[in-house]
Design a protein around this ligand. Sequence first.
Ligand SMILES: Cc1cc2nc3c(=O)[nH]c(=O)nc-3n(C[C@H](O)[C@H](O)[C@H](O)COP(=O)(O)OP(=O)(O)OC[C@H]3O[C@@H](n4cnc5c(N)ncnc54)[C@H](O)[C@@H]3O)c2cc1C
Length: 380
Amino acid sequence: MTEVSTTRPARRSARAAADAGQSAVPAIRAFDVVVSRVEHLSANFRRITFGGACLSDFGVQGHTLDLRIKVMIPPVGGGSADLGALMEDSGSGWYQQWLSLDQAERGDMRTYTVRASRCHQAIPELDVDFVMHLDDDGRGGPASQWAAAAEPGDRVWIIGPNVHAATCSTAGAYGGIEWRPGLAQNVLLAGDETAVPAISAILESLPEDISGHAFLEVPAGSDCQEIQTRSGVGISWLVRGGRPHGELLDAAVRQAVKVPGWVSLAAPFRVSLGSDTPSGQALAAAAGRVGGPERAAGPEPEDIDVDRTILWETPQLLDAAALDGSLNPDKPAGALPFYAWIAGEAAVVRELRRYLVRDVGIDRKQVAFMGYWRRGKAEG
Ligand SMILES: Cc1cc2nc3c(=O)[nH]c(=O)nc-3n(C[C@H](O)[C@H](O)[C@H](O)COP(=O)(O)OP(=O)(O)OC[C@H]3O[C@@H](n4cnc5c(N)ncnc54)[C@H](O)[C@@H]3O)c2cc1C
């Protein structure tokens, strides 16, 4: 049976696993890594490559997809607490132990996506793409400020999957991966700049027989990147410029997924880089024209106060009934099994959730909604 969880999966440790009488190999562990390269990808993205022999134990079998990790941001001018020892000593209580340390000593924990992993090559490395959300004085959250100043040789701790754990043997089973399309052949990916690394990695993994559309909203034209995919998924970059965060993304999804009761994913835009990008005015106008259907096609999803709660609603596994459309008797013959993955600023994701679930009537088992950050709120 499909489960819908509204919280991120709890962290586990060797002690927790042992306490539960399960495998002694911990599902997650701390990796003591060093910055090996820093690349300025664009106006708002910086790629940091982490290296270290310990990374040969990092990962899941197969594609990393939208695999999330925790980056332990060191305090300004100081080194981080020894996470390896803390996890070893405190078992499942490591996080509480870490939290109880003075922040000036422990630093901050932030969530990022593995953009690329080469952990099982001769020189183990992984890439993380940081969004530089800095104000005019160069101030931002601890993670973006750390990334802006990072140099080769800097050390941090990363918490991520232990490739030797049984739960990491298939990407679909590991809790740090939410992309679970099952047998879906028609997909929608939508996200803001924080979701660009995840969407890019997912697109790179997709086979030829998957179709659909990916919408990526980014601050500036130079943030549009080249993404390789064998799939038939069309990619549209939406350049925000001075418009409100999420306006273009919202409009694009509404224009692409219009039909209540079942999903016809129109592909209104070609792959668009730079001057090919559809104009924001056209999209915003299109959103106005699309509007909502006269009656709700699905249930009103329970409201989520994104100021208080993390918006995280991801189906664990898609069951066959959801995919073959038998939950959806109005689905026309020939409509492909559908799956959507939506991530970004929580209030923007919440509105898209409402639209897709209530107005279009998409079954919640077919959509992953993830608030990657909350306006005005630090992570933690
Ligand atoms: C599963 C997951 C995967 C993620 N992957 C990535 C990734 O690969 N790359 C990436 O850059 N981010 C990613 N994020 C988002 C990232 O964790 C947040 O943006 C985080 O808040 C950044 O930490 P910070 O210390 O810079 O800012 P915080 O201290 O957390 O926040 C400080 C202030 O900055 C604001 N803020 C936070 N992020 C942004 C932003 N992007 N734009 C504008 N304002 C912001 C907050 O609202 C707050 O007011 C991911 C989040 C999740 C949950």
